[in-house]
Design a protein around this ligand. Sequence first.
Ligand SMILES: [Zn+2]
Length: 200
Amino acid sequence: MKSGTIEEGNRTFLCFEREQQLIFKGYYDLRARDNEWAMYSRLGPHKWLPVIYGKGEMGGDGGIFFKNEGESLTLEEWQSEDVMAFAYHRLRDLHSWNIHHHDVSPQNIVRRRDGSLVLIDFEMAVDSSDCDLGEQCPDLEMMDWIKERVPVSASELESRGVGVGEGISRALGWGIGLVGVLLPYLFYSFSAAIMPTFLF
Ligand SMILES: [Zn+2]
């Protein structure tokens, strides 16, 4: 791999394209890739989700191309009220759509340059019918933990933590099940200049 930098985790690795605009997230277990892909497909575009360009392969490992939305939060940032309210409301949204994230942490929330927040890393996410943890569901525990610390019921919190970076997914304008999921991801705001340096 000549270009970009690589970060390795236990289940996945990340490659950053030279200009740092594109991320290839590789999965050592393809089922994790397919699971994450399926979750994003179910959710469709939201201002608080990363932009996805498509599936791909690198060095024999399957992965997903994401827009690099920004830096993961620090522990200190995580403790701010807007971030906790963001996490609470996103979990609430996900659960209302029968999706459990199961891995919400400072590392899995990134902040865009405009200050808006993005929830990432759905490789551990499950359909609610596949969560048999009951009250021990980590999402519910997280929501309880947040509720004890910040007022989350007020509707004004809804607007916090989510800034103006919403045009991205709005503009995407695709519907799940319309043309499948691959094409819309692939062609939205795709920069041809980025890909060649990334792949070769
Ligand atoms: Zn759960």
